[in-house]
Design a protein around this ligand. Structure first.
Ligand code: SAH
Ligand code: SF4
Ligand code: F3S
Length: 479
């Protein structure tokens, strides 16, 4: 295999991916051709997903396509016909896990040469990843990216019958494909994409390169999908986009943005509507008003801040200052009293000083976050920040992360304490990981609650009185 001609493949190119074309986005309908219908009968598949909710939603589509082709879900790696590794490129440790998985799967391919192994998702959009897989991971049969999931049937057919390696990754986004089948991972909670891509270009982030330019799904398609979910018994949807607050900004023929969409979705019969993720500089009053008025729009807002230092925010290309962020937050809390706010924070961004870090700690207190995801900056090849001088020692970054997490945890506890002795509505997810007599579910404010109860409540919304609070969860009793 050492003589593989690497140039014959359709590989990604990050410089191309950076460009934003003026092309109008078409809406196309997925349709499985007759030739692909029965290919999978008697065969099994596995989709292993490593990334964010958007990545998980893509994994549900891949499973949907495979089941339409006749494949059924397989249970173990050593006894399955197709494995798709649906990857994430957001940080180095996400990628390390995937390299490990790819290495491990080599043994199964040896055992079963007919096994088809596919690499998909955000890592497949990176040129250095594809080069490395082609040179060193010869057991991978298919590499396809985030823009051509709908072509999976063709790729499977080629790998299965022509025994040829398939590498097809588009650097730029294509059209919006509707009518894609899905096998959803949950029975009463669903992901619904409302837009794809990201045009923010935060300097540390690989997503605008791996997911292409922002494009919004039509409101009719979104409403149709949610109505269908209501009819099939779903209780909660999470609207997905890298920056949902930019929804509709790409529509050329109408003035219809995220606030309008929230108003139209409220009242469709879906009990709970959540969304993720928001960018502070696109969050507008119309959205806040829709949240205030919408009975089904849940009072939780994930509003990533990334840093509390203006100079770091500037170098991150975040388009806001600490002051303007706090102003948006104050407006939000005024519009929706009692709303729970959570965030994302990066420590150890190149050039972050002790003073910058202290600014972040102060902001966490001022913002009164009730939860946060915290990360150490991870250098992503091809992004602007990868070239910034990064001279903060690793040890110091770890110490900052530790101090930050201590502060964040105080916020988690405080956020839970405000519900002590109150009765809250909980959508019951299932039994607790630790005790099968205990049910677990989330409140409207997205707080985890454990309580005794019958498993018949799974998938239902029940009233629970909170009797004790911990940092990470609350305890209660059904009333
Ligand atoms: N579009 C979303 C989510 C992006 S990824 C948003 O803007 O919020 C989720 C989080 O991962 C980001 O908010 C950021 O905090 C973190 N992240 C992204 N790139 C990173 C990097 N290179 N190193 C460390 N953390 C990163
Ligand atoms: Fe990445 Fe920024 Fe886009 Fe979020 S908004 S996906 S952090 S570029
Ligand atoms: Fe990861 Fe891609 Fe999501 S990089 S976080 S899977 S958009």
């Amino acid at each position: 295999m050492s003589s593989v001609d690497l140039d014959k493949y359709f590989k990604p190119d990050l410089n191309q991916a950076r460009k934003r074309s003026k092309n109008t986005i078409e809406e196309l309908k997925f349709d499985l051709s007759d030739a692909h219908y029965k290919i999978g009968i008697g065969k099994t598949y596995m989709v292993q997903t490593f990334g964010c909710q958007g990545n998980e939603a893509d994994g549900e589509t891949m499973a949907g396509i495979l089941e339409l082709m006749g494949f059924t879900k397989g249970l173990s790696e050593d006894n399955v016909d197709v494995i798709i590794i649906n990857t994430c490129a957001i940080r180095e440790n996400a990628e390390l896990r995937i390299w490990g998985t790819l290495g491990r799967l080599k043994a199964y391919k040896k055992q079963n040469p007919d096994l088809i192994l596919a690499l998909a998702g955000c890592m497949a959009q990176e040129e250095n990843v594809v080069e490395r897989v082609l040179k060193k991971y010869h057991h991978v049969d298919i590499i396809f990216g985030t823009h051509n999931i709908h072509k999976l049937p063709e790729y499977i057919e080629t790998a299965m019958f022509s025994k040829e390696k398939v590498v097809e990754v588009y650097s730029q986004e294509g059209d919006i494909i509707e009518n894609l089948p899905k096998v959803r991972n949950h029975k009463f909670k669903a992901w619904v994409n409302i837009m794809f891509g990201c045009d923010e270009f935060c300097t540390y982030c690989i997503v605008p390169y791996t997911r292409g330019k922002e494009r919004s799904r039509s409101k009719d398609e979104i409403i149709h999908e949610i109505k269908e979910l209501v009819e099939t018994g779903y209780k909660e949807v999470t609207l997905l986009g890298q920056n949902v607050n930019a929804y509709g900004k790409d529509f050329q023929d109408q003035n219809y943005t995220f606030g309008d969409l929230l108003r139209d979705l409220d009242g469709l019969g879906m009990k709970r509507i959540r969304f993720q993720t928001s960018h502070p500089h696109d969050l507008d009053q119309k959205t806040m008003d829709a949240m205030r008025d919408g009975k089904s729009i849940m009072p939780h807002f994930h509003l990533p801040v990334q840093s509390g230092s203006d100079s770091v925010l500037k170098r991150m290309n975040r388009h806001y200052t600490k002051e303007s962020y706090l102003k948006v937050l104050a407006d939000l809390k005024k519009a929706v009293p009692g709303i729970a706010v959570t965030t994302d924070i990066i420590v150890g961004f190149p050039g972050e000083t002790e003073e910058d870090f202290q600014d972040t700690l102060r902001l966490v207190e001022q913002a009164d976050y009730e939860g946060a995801f915290s990360f150490i900056f991870s250098k992503r090849e091809g992004t602007p920040a990868a070239k910034y001088i990064d001279d903060t020692p690793e040890e110091l970054k770890k110490e900052r992360l530790y101090l930050l997490n201590e502060k964040i945890n105080q916020g988690y506890l405080k956020g839970n304490q405000r519900f002590l002795n109150q009765t809250v509505k909980v959508l019951v997810d299932g039994v607790s990981k630790y005790d099968s007599d205990i049910l677990a579910g989330y409140t409207e404010h997205n707080k985890l609650v454990n309580f005794k109860g019958d498993s018949k409540w799974i998938g239902h919304i029940v009233d629970v009185k909170i009797t004790a609070v911990k940092t990470w969860f609350m305890l209660g009793e059904i009333v």
